[in-house]
Design a protein around this ligand. Structure first.
Ligand code: HEC
Ligand code: HEC
Ligand code: HEC
Ligand code: HEC
Ligand code: HEC
Length: 460
């Protein structure tokens, strides 16, 4: 409970603190970034600074420059986003989020606390959901392992990662003062590790903000001042896709490959059939206002968005005949590219099994769905992601030369494909004090793949 802490030395409105301005990626800076020229220490992996510095800045541009936010409007729900909602979001997502300051004197310790578990004392459903979500793990070993070394060698750079991964001022050990970066008196180490917490989205200056009550909700018939934390201020901005864009869309001047920002989810959504149908991110990722944010790591969520079908040109084959099979992955309920980010990969495989049930390796054919990039993010090798409403087709055409053959078709999702290579490379070059964390993160990426489709079809 951090009431009464000094807040004076923190500039409450620090939207353009120098280290963040430094990240606003001009063309010139970006090329320096690519060349690894902004790296901090001599031996700390250049890879990290190169990739993440480039990645980091872009979101900032979006969050900080009112004009930089990708064209607002065309919002979901009834009608376009209003200018009041738009203004709310511009204030709300000024990053990093300003210190909360002094809580009203009438607040009990539980009402002052920014700890998710304390919110959960009165909001148990949201807390249980959030706890199991990826937002609660956004300061997991993958990022924590990189930040220990970065914090030592390049504190401003490390601080910039927190803008999306742990954006409250109270989550940062450093604060910008007139004298530069100094120890932050409001720092709460426990909160630091909790990632994108409730207060990130709902609390500013100890006031609660949230979506309008559900239609038909009774509401508590008491004055706001008598409610816990003086009730809340409601705005429809919480039901807009633009609410999520703050961290899920890089700005126009941010890092991009082949003309497309590295993180482009909001823009992909804006022109999707889902947006035209009035479905915002929340409709798919927070149905019934649940706080689970299931995505590419969740088999059921992925299956809800795509339909896989297998078609053969005959019901049965004789040895000597040709098999012509088609595997189709159709994106039927994804509000952006499948997948949207550069890091996952989905692999469609077809292979023959012999009479003994063993794979015949020479007959294997693979199709990759993903935005393929090298580890240094220097170029786009290929972009075979499926646009919303589109499809990916693998054609398998092969002579069948014996009896007892079957066809095996699988579709496997590798949610952390890029990171498996990235963390392995980081360990090779030396992850310093972050080594144990990066090892954990690498193991987790190797455990995350799953199949969304698997079928064996007898042929001959
Ligand atoms: C002591 C209990 C208590 C604590 C602790 C508490 N809340 Fe609340 N909160 C409430 C109550 C009761 C309401 C309902 C007010 C109403 O219905 O008008 C509410 C309303 C809200 C709302 C508005 C949406 C709604 O359901 O009306 C949001 C958002 C919210 N709280 C977020 C938080 C967050 C975030 C925290 C922790 C930082 C927190 N609350 C801590 C009791 C609490
Ligand atoms: C303050 C920044 C921030 C905001 C605001 C935010 N997110 Fe996120 N989100 C993140 C970060 C960071 C991650 C990745 C965490 C990790 O993997 O370490 C993430 C992950 C996710 C994932 C999981 C992806 C997966 O890999 O399965 C989904 C889905 C998601 N967010 C949806 C949303 C939606 C919908 C909204 C708006 C209601 C939203 N987010 C708002 C920062 C944010
Ligand atoms: C503009 C917001 C933003 C910034 C700034 C940002 N990230 Fe992320 N990061 C995300 C989002 C969103 C995801 C999840 C991507 C997805 O699944 O769509 C993510 C995912 C990750 C992951 C993979 C998940 C995990 O927990 O292993 C790592 C590692 C990561 N970021 C590291 C960093 C580092 C290091 C920095 C700073 C140099 C940084 N990020 C800056 C938004 C951001
Ligand atoms: C990434 C942003 C984000 C985080 C983190 C987050 N919320 Fe929310 N919350 C939202 C959004 C967006 C909505 C509105 C969803 C909608 O209208 O579909 C919402 C809705 C709510 C509501 C209203 C629910 C209702 O049924 O009317 C409450 C209460 C709430 N959140 C509390 C919390 C608590 C407590 C936590 C932490 C345990 C939390 N939120 C974490 C974005 C967030
Ligand atoms: C029509 C439903 C729908 C809408 C609308 C939607 N999504 Fe998704 N989203 C999905 C499904 C299904 C998945 C799982 C498959 C996938 O990863 O593409 C997913 C996955 C994700 C992921 C996981 C990472 C990845 O690479 O795919 C993130 C992050 C995400 N969505 C964010 C958002 C944001 C932000 C918005 C709004 C701008 C949004 N989504 C709108 C259905 C939707």
């Amino acid at each position: 409970m951090k009431s009464g802490r000094p807040t004076g030395i923190l500039d409450a409105s620090e939207p353009t603190s120098p280290e963040i301005r430094a990240f606003q990626c001009t063309t010139e800076r970006r090329s320096r970034c690519r060349a690894g020229g902004t790296g901090g220490g001599a031996c700390y992996p250049r890879l990290v600074s190169r990739i993440w510095r480039c990645l980091a800045l872009a979101g900032l541009v979006l969050a900080l420059l009112p004009g930089g936010r990708a064209a607002l409007g065309n919002g979901a729900g009834p009608g376009p986003i209003s200018s009041a909602e738009q203004q709310f979001l511009e204030r709300h997502w000024r990053m990093p989020i300003a210190p909360q300051g002094l809580a009203p004197a009438s607040f009990a310790p539980l009402e002052r606390s920014l700890a998710p578990r304390d919110c959960g004392a009165c909001h148990p459903i949201q807390y249980e959901d959030w706890r199991g979500s990826i937002h609660a793990r956004s300061m997991g070993p993958g990022i924590a392992g990189q930040l220990v070394e970065m914090a030592r060698r390049d504190p401003a750079g490390a601080r910039a990662c927190l803008v999306c991964h742990a954006p409250l001022a109270e989550q940062s050990s450093l604060a910008r003062t007139a004298a530069g970066l100094e120890a932050n008196p409001a720092f709460d180490p426990a909160l630091h590790r909790e990632g994108v917490v409730c207060a990130t989205c709902h609390v500013r200056g100890h006031q609660r903000f949230g979506p309008p009550p559900r239609p038909g909700a009774q509401g508590l018939r008491v004055r706001r001042a008598q409610l816990p934390h003086n009730g809340a201020t409601y705005t429809g901005a919480y039901e807009r896709a633009e609410f999520c864009a703050a961290c899920h869309q890089f700005g126009p001047s941010g890092p991009s490959l082949n003309g497309k920002p590295l993180e482009n989810t909001y823009e992909e959504w804006r022109t999707s059939p889902a947006a035209r149908r009035g479905l915002a991110c929340q409709n798919c990722h927070m149905p019934d206002r649940r706080h689970r944010w299931r995505g590419i790591h969740d088999p059921e969520m992925v299956k809800s968005g795509v339909r896989v079908t297998l078609a053969l040109d005959r019901a049965r084959y004789r040895p000597g005949q040709r098999l012509r099979a088609t595997v189709t992955v159709a994106s039927v309920n994804v509000g952006h590219y499948f997948p949207t980010y550069v890091t996952p990969q989905v692999v469609v495989r077809a292979v023959l099994l012999g009479a003994d049930g063993q794979l015949i390796a020479s007959t294997e054919q693979e199709g990759i769905i993903g935005r393929q990039v090298p580890l240094d993010l220097s170029r786009e090798i290929a972009d075979t992601r499926i646009p919303p409403g589109g499809r990916f087709v693998l054609r398998y055409d092969r002579g069948l030369d014996g009896p007892g053959l079957s066809l095996r078709v699988t579709v496997t999702v590798y949610p952390d494909h890029f990171y498996t290579g990235f963390f392995a490379a980081l360990l090779e070059t030396g992850a310093g004090a972050g080594e144990a964390d990066i090892r954990d993160a690498l193991d987790a990426t190797r455990r995350s793949p799953f199949e969304i489709f698997a079928r064996d079809v007898p042929l001959t």
